[in-house]
Design a protein around this ligand. Structure first.
Ligand code: GLU
Length: 286
């Protein structure tokens, strides 16, 4: 296997909380034990929600925790052209189609929910006449571009990915991927020429990431990432899904619920060791 490369990849659309601290500290520690590299990637494709002060706060919080990463940091917002080229490859293979439905149209016609509980897109625009769709695009009508997930899965056949804690060496478990349960996901958004799924897969490959470490809430999304890796013939990293940090009502911490941030904790007198202690990581070296 190529030499280990791990990454922490936050989105600068809010302040980091204890859940991010767990992810960053575990990833850095595994990189250290594997004698691997630790990279930081700023996932700032959502230009409407990204703010420079959140990027600065990420650097401040991670340094405060005692983490060091390689420079230069990769900013996804500098890579829209690359993502567009990957999307074009799928378009050329007939695996992406334009979808003109509004969010409320799709929700109203949804057929069940995806693994995140969001309405499952019923595939309405998959059946549009191609000429009609081209005409609408030519008049400047905005579209999301969706992956024809079933057709894409048929092209690549059965998919699986490996899950193991990098150290101490866990017995790897194979998880069969079921991308169909996500339906036809949006890979190129109306407002951004990419999506989380597309850019994360392209950049993990670009940066040679061998071990992806992320929270358990992202395990199901890995089905789509595995499918994209197979379609683009990219290497498949090992995956580790770490535990989530819950609040006192048992809900996972979230930026949108304004869970207490690391900077709030710091301002109220917490030290980096207090963070490690709260996360049950005090035995890890800093
Ligand atoms: N940027 C994502 C987040 O902040 C995580 C990306 C990943 O680990 O794949 O939730």
């Amino acid at each position: 296997m190529s030499s280990p490369v791990l990454r922490f990849a936050p989105s600068p659309n809010g302040n980091l909380h204890l859940g991010h601290a767990l992810s960053a500290l575990l990833t850095a520690e595994w990189a250290r034990r594997l004698n691997g590299r630790f990279l930081l990637r700023i996932e700032d494709i959502d230009t409407a929600r990204t703010r420079p002060e959140f990027v600065e706060a990420i650097f401040t919080d991670l340094r405060w925790l005692g983490l060091e990463w390689e420079e230069p940091v990769l900013f996804q917002s500098t890579r829209f052209e690359t993502y567009a080229r990957f999307a074009d490859r799928l378009r050329a293979r007939g695996l992406l189609y334009p979808c003109f439905c509004s969010r409320s149209d799709s929700a109203a016609r949804a057929e069940g929910t995806d693994p995140d509980g969001a309405p499952l897109y019923p595939g309405t625009c998959r059946h549009l006449d191609q000429k009609d769709a081209e005409r609408r695009l030519a008049t400047g009508e905005q579209a999301n571009w969706r992956l024809d997930t079933r057709r894409a899965s048929e092209r690549v056949g059965a998919l699986a990915f490996t899950m193991a804690e990098p150290t101490p060496l866990d017995r790897p478990r194979i998880r069969y991927a079921r991308p169909e349960r996500w339906g036809d996901v949006v890979l190129v958004r109306k407002d951004t020429p990419t999506s989380y799924h597309l850019s994360v897969v392209v950049d993990d490959a670009e940066q040679g990431i061998t071990h992806v470490t992320r929270g358990r809430d992202m395990e199901a999304a890995t089905d789509i990432h595995t499918l994209l890796q197979a379609l683009f013939a990219l290497p498949m990293p090992n995956y580790t899904f770490h535990r989530l940090i819950l609040d006192d009502e048992g809900r996972k911490l979230s930026k949108s619920r304004l869970s207490q941030s690391l900077s709030d904790l710091r301002a109220s007198g917490w030290t980096p060791d207090d963070v490690r202690r709260a996360l049950g990581l005090l035995s890890l070296s800093g």
